[in-house]
Design a protein around this ligand. Structure first.
Ligand SMILES: [Zn+2]
Length: 148
């Protein structure tokens, strides 16, 4: 140096990682808490945040845990019969809508307690699944659900 020229500044690109110092099980508990605060839609947002979060929230057991924590926040199971608990304290499935033009994947809760996954928020209780195999009532009707 000493010739008066400025050396270009090189920026060293380090591989960016979400290096969480938390063990996976603690991180998982925190993410379940986030889902309970914001509802199921948080799962998609968390999945897009980083690979670590994506890996955790994509696991079926993570989604089931969030679901059961939500169910337990809206239902006082101790006041209900064992049979009721066996029938309605159940996981949901991911199904594909039977209407071909739709064919979307949807959260299929069947009959029972419905909600958006936010702690303490219950949309309703349905004793039967009025549009089985369809993502919505609209898809059910468009496919001729009430005909016959
Ligand atoms: Zn549909």
């Amino acid at each position: 140096m000493g010739d008066g020229s400025l050396l270009p500044v090189f920026r060293v690109h380090r591989k960016r990682r979400h290096s969480t110092l938390l063990p996976d099980d603690i991180l998982q508990r925190i993410l379940v808490f986030v889902v309970l605060e914001d509802g199921c839609s948080a799962i998609l947002r968390l999945a897009l945040a980083c690979q670590t979060f994506n890996k955790i929230v994509s696991q079926e057991h993570f989604q089931q845990e969030a679901h059961f924590r939500w169910l337990d926040s809206v239902v006082n199971w101790e006041r209900l019969s064992k049979r009721h608990r066996q029938s309605y304290r159940k996981p949901y499935t991911i199904s594909r809508c039977s209407r071909l033009q739709c064919s979307q994947l949807y959260k299929d809760c069947g009959s029972g307690y419905q909600g958006n996954g936010q702690r303490g928020v219950l949309v309703g209780f349905y004793s039967s699944d009025d549009n089985p195999g369809y993502c919505s009532w609209d898809c059910f009707l468009d496919d001729g659900g009430l005909e016959e």
